[in-house]
Structures are given as structure tokens and as C-alpha cells.
Design a protein around this ligand. Structure first.
Ligand code: BGC
Length: 458
């Protein structure tokens, strides 16, 4: 494994040397992240020293430190876009990136920083966690910024709902990810003359053809959060939007007793077995890499994979395709990324508000989301500027009648502890063939039941 050196040149020096070249500006804030190649040849970002010493930008400039978990190639490109836009408004981004897909590690670091009274100025705090944190008074309300910039007129109503808690705007929305996405390698598909997989039958047929060609049907990982991500798409597929909606409203634990939950568990096991019994726990970027190289034919994952494939030089529609997970066409299982401005001891409200304003602006929205794989939170952009995966996602959000369902695995519908407990139970289920779907379902019911007892209604 060859390590490339981390860039540790101070911001001001780099900036001067670059002769104010814009792309350098973007590079600065991010290069506390070292890059290494893993055994599959994938570029993988991970934070080495979490703090880059930045100096203030411009006379009235200010540096804000931002905690998040965007460390892959696509994620870093997306953050670079924000850094560029913020730089124009005199805000420097000091990067506190905590590696780990799904953000489990980042949330632990964030908790301990808050407990140590050293919160970052801004952090990726999303969904139920955002609501919980704002109840604790840890989050700066952004009502004035939202009003000044007429967010309510330009944001998707869904986004507006997600960032509103007890009548206040509590975060700046960044992008909407679609979880129910099935990626397939278009070149392999052309070679094997396969049609886009629309049904589970198509998936089964494609899997057989892929196996005959010596290609793994699925890029798969047994990491608990990845299993949970796949599983919720199966809950939607097997249960339909009405049942999924009830399952996600975790207060109604009885819904988890529905026989369709057991069917989704069976489907999960079936899907994993399409690959044989060789599943390993690998990062989502390694799975995306298998899809990219054609070592694997399909991957079910949130559309941050789209951003990653683009960062590696692939193109939607030419090198890879995206289909909704079978039986979820026209539905949007969403996870919305949001930046919360944390209340700290440093009195940075003016800059925090400016950051919120910038990241929601049309220019930042388009640039960031094109790199991230998510779609803009605004419904007033031109969808022709999105690739075909993102366009389908954005248009699904835009249609009045689309079922929009919150991700359980990505904190939209469950708190941190509940989503972790569910992911652990699913992990145990896929790892241990002695656990029947019926037993696994009982476990899920018990978990949700006790969470419903202890969690106040949102
Ligand atoms: C976040 C995405 C991120 C993904 C992979 C999700 O929970 O919402 O922004 O790219 O995890 O780490």
C-alpha cells in the first residue's frame, strides 16, 4: 500500500502560491485529508490530522470549523465546491472530517466535542438527530436567514419540513440523497445483452448471467449500516409505501409484526446469497470500486455512489446505470444532508448565518450536488443540468403524488440509538443462518417497541 503525503501547507501560503487560482482555494480546506490507494486500487480518503491551520480570508473573513464524514473522492469534490463558494463570501472552511460511511464515527466525535464544550461551528447533523439536538438547545436557529433568502419559496416542501423543528428552521439543507437506487455496470450489461433490471426476476436472471461470465452479481458489504441501508429499500419494495410509512413512524411498533417484514428479511438473505457465501465487511467505496471495474455487476446503495463514480471518471448512462430498486419505481426513499450551526462559546453567529445562506444559494446547490450524487434541495433549478440518475431522483421529488419515505438507516426516521440497534440485529441475522426470518422479525419488533416507549413523538 503506497501512501501519498498529506498536504499540510498553510492556507495563506498556498493561496499566494497559487496566484489565486480558484481550484487551489478549494483544495486547501480539504487537504488535511490524506489519500491512499487500497489494495483494489481505489483512492480512499481518510482524515489524518483533523485540523488544518487556516488563516482568515480577506479583511472581514472568518474561519469556521465544520465536522462531517465526507472523506471519499466524490464527497471531497462536493465539499470543494462549498469551499469555493464560501471563499467568495469571505468564509474559510476548516475541515474536521471523520472517516466512516454513514457517519457513525463522526457522530461519536461530535458528541464528545460537545460534551467537552468544544463544538465545531457547523456539523452534518441530520434528521432525528437534528431534532434531538435542537431540543437540547445546541443548534442555532436560522429563521432570519431563511426568511431573508425566501427559503420557503424555493425549497422542496419536504426539505422545508425536515429542517423545521418546533416552528424554527434549525439547519441549512445541502442535498437530497435517494437510497432506493440499484446501480448496474452498463458496459457489462451491454456485453451480456441484459436489459435494465426492473423486477426481482430481472435481478435473478442478471445474477445468473453474471455468474456464468465469472462476475460477482453484487458488490456487497456486511458492514451493519450498509446492510441496514439495503434492508430498508427491501422493506419498501416488499411492503409498499403505506406499510413503509408506518414502519418509519417508529411509534407504531405493531406495524413491524406485518408478514411483509419477514418477506423483506427473506429477500435480504436471498440477495446476499446471490453472491455465494463470501460476503466481507468492506467500505462502501470498495463496493463502488467493484462496480466501477466490472468485478461486480450491481450495487444497491444511496446515490452518493453516483458522485463517487463520477469522481473516478465514469458517466451515468454510458458506464453505469441507475434503476429504482425493484418495485420502488416512482418512490423516493430519502436522506437529506443538512448542516447545523452549533451554539458555541465563540460567538460566530454572523458567519454561521452567512455560511447557511451560501450553501443554499443556487450556485452552491448545483455545484455541490452535481459532485455529491444527491440533488439540490431547491425545486427551482433546471433538471437538465443533472445527470440521468439525479434527474430521475429530482423529478420524483418534484411530482406531487410521489411517495416520499424517510430513511431509517440514515436518521431521517429513527434516532441514533434505534438505527444502530436495528443495524446490529440485521447484521446478526445475515451472519447467522440459524436465525430464521421469524426470529429476526421478533427481535426487530422488540427493539422498536422499546424505542417507542422511550422516545417522545417527534
Ligand atoms: C450521508 C451522505 C454520505 C453517506 C456515506 C450518508 O449518511 O447522508 O452524505 O455520503 O452517508 O458516508
Amino acid at each position: 500500500m503506497r501512501r501519498l503525503p498529506a498536504l499540510t501547507v498553510p492556507y495563506a501560503a498556498l493561496r499566494a502560491r497559487a496566484g489565486a487560482a480558484k481550484d487551489r482555494v478549494a483544495a486547501l480546506a480539504l487537504h488535511n485529508i490524506a489519500i491512499r490507494r487500497d489494495s483494489t486500487g481505489a483512492l480512499r480518503g481518510f482524515a489524518l490530522s483533523l485540523w488544518l491551520t487556516c488563516t482568515a480570508v480577506g479583511a472581514q473573513g472568518q474561519t469556521l470549523d465544520v465536522l462531517h464524514w465526507w472523506t471519499s473522492a466524490g464527497e471531497r469534490r462536493a465539499v470543494e465546491q462549498l469551499v469555493l463558494q464560501l471563499d467568495k463570501r469571505g468564509i474559510a472552511w476548516r475541515d474536521a472530517a471523520i472517516p466512516g460511511g454513514g457517519g457513525g464515527g463522526a457522530m461519536k466525535v461530535l458528541n464528545s466535542r460537545v460534551l467537552a464544550r468544544d463544538p465545531p461551528d457547523a456539523a452534518q447533523v441530520i434528521g432525528r438527530t437534528l431534532a434531538d439536538w435542537s431540543d437540547l438547545g445546541l443548534v442555532l436557529p436560522l429563521d432570519e436567514v431563511a426568511q431573508r433568502n425566501r427559503w420557503s419559496q424555493s425549497l422542496f416542501p419536504l426539505v422545508q419540513r425536515v429542517i423545521t423543528h418546533r416552528g424554527h428552521i434549525v439547519a441549512a439543507p445541502l442535498g437530497v440523497h435517494r437510497i432506493n437506487t440499484l446501480f448496474f455496470n452498463q458496459r457489462v450489461w451491454a456485453q451480456l445483452k441484459l436489459g435494465a433490471p426492473k423486477t426481482w426476476g430481472d435481478v435473478e436472471q442478471a445474477a445468473a448471467a453474471l455468474r456464468r461470465a465469472g462476475i460477482a452479481p453484487f458488490a456487497w458489504s456486511d458492514e451493519p449500516w450498509q446492510i441496514a441501508t439495503v434492508f430498508e429499500t427491501l422493506l419498501l419494495s416488499e411492503g409498499g409505501p403505506a406499510l413503509y410509512g408506518e414502519l418509519a413512524a417508529t411509534q407504531r411498533w405493531q406495524a413491524w409484526q406485518d408478514p411483509r417484514v419477514a418477506k423483506a428479511l427473506e429477500r435480504l438473505r436471498w440477495l446476499r446469497r446471490l453472491n455465494g457465501e463470501t460476503a466481507i465487511e468492506q467500505r462502501w467505496t470498495a463496493s463502488a470500486r467493484q462496480l466501477f471495474t466490472g468485478d461486480a455487476g450491481m450495487l444497491i446503495m444511496g446515490d452518493w455512489v453516483d458522485g463517487e463514480l463520477v469522481a473516478w471518471g465514469a458517466q451515468a448512462g454510458r458506464d453505469y446505470g441507475c434503476a429504482p430498486v425493484p418495485d420502488t419505481a416512482g418512490m423516493h426513499l430519502y436522506s437529506i444532508d443538512t448542516l447545523a450551526m452549533l451554539v458555541g462559546t465563540k460567538r460566530r453567529e454572523a458567519e454561521q448565518e452567512r455560511m447557511a445562506e451560501v450553501v443554499v444559494s443556487p450556485a452552491a446547490q448545483l455545484a455541490y450536488n452535481q459532485a455529491k450524487g444527491s440533488v439540490p434541495v431547491r425545486d427551482d433549478i433546471d433538471p437538465a443540468q443533472l445527470d440521468e440518475c439525479a434527474r430521475d431522483s429530482w423529478q420524483t421529488l418534484k411530482r406531487d403524488y410521489s411517495p416520499l419515505l424517510p430513511s431509517i438507516a440514515h436518521r431521517m426516521a429513527a434516532d441514533e440509538a434505534t438505527k444502530d440497534a436495528l443495524a446490529d440485529a440485521l447484521h446478526r441475522f445475515v451472519k447467522d443462518p440459524a436465525i430464521t426470518p421469524a426470529r429476526a422479525q421478533e427481535r426487530l419488533v422488540a427493539l422498536i417497541r422499546s424505542a417507542a416507549r422511550t422516545t417522545p413523538s417527534p
